[in-house]
Write a protein that binds this ligand. Structure first.
Ligand SMILES: Cc1cc2nc3c(=O)[nH]c(=O)nc-3n(C[C@H](O)[C@H](O)[C@H](O)COP(=O)(O)O)c2cc1C
Length: 179
């Protein structure tokens, strides 16, 4: 007389770093499609609109390597990056979303990504994460962006779930794969 216990899929936590300047542009459209599909599977999403945040550049001061290892706030600069660090440690999936600016990420997204350096200099216990790239562009030469993404993925030892560039239905498909 076995009880019919259904395995509940654990909720996955997704952090989106949105590097677009527009709130209603093509990047936002890709993020919406991705998020709707991922949320339909019960996943939790935390999106950061970087354009509204105060995030300073990494100074390469190396103070992060001198802080107590495993600090949840590994950088000595006190700005909005503290909110991103908090979500980063909780997240299973990191989404990089940006318009293509001069063949690569927007400056604000690159600045936030550079500040993640502090996590790796300070915390040797960061569990591997999965990642997604959502980009929009005017043209079709996206080689550099894709190279950056896969270089980062390789260096971090993360696993890419997928990349969608100017393709809203692919963005939704990637979101629906997260469960
Ligand atoms: C500063 C700047 C640089 C750009 N550089 C490129 C580029 O190198 N390649 C490209 O295909 N589009 C480029 N574009 C076009 C944007 O990528 C495109 O308009 C994008 O879809 C905007 O996304 P959004 O609607 O989310 O703002 C550039 C736009 C700006 C403002």
């Amino acid at each position: 007389m076995g009880a019919d216990i259904k395995e509940k899929t654990p909720v996955r936590k997704i952090m989106i770093l949105n590097g677009a300047g527009k709130k209603d542009g093509k990047t936002a459209e890709m993020i919406s499609a991705f998020s709707r599909a991922a949320e339909a599977n019960g996943n939790e999403i935390k999106e950061f609109q970087l354009i509204d945040m105060n995030i300073r550049d990494c100074l390469d001061c190396q103070e992060c390597s001198k802080k107590e290892p495993g600090s949840r706030n590994p950088c000595i600069q006190e700005d909005d990056m503290t909110k991103i660090y908090e979500a980063f440690f909780e997240a299973d999936v990191i989404v990089f979303a940006s318009p293509v600016y001069f063949w690569t990420l927007s400056g604000i997204l690159k600045t936030a990504v550079d500040r993640l350096y502090a996590v790796f200099r300070n915390n040797y216990e960061v569990r591997p994460k999965e990642c997604v790239l959502l980009m929009s562009s005017g043209g079709s030469d996206l080689k550099l962006t894709s190279e950056w993404y896969h270089g980062f993925e390789y260096w971090m030892d993360w696993k890419s779930i997928g990349e969608a560039i100017n393709d809203v239905s692919l963005a939704a498909q990637i979101g629906s794969m997260i469960r």
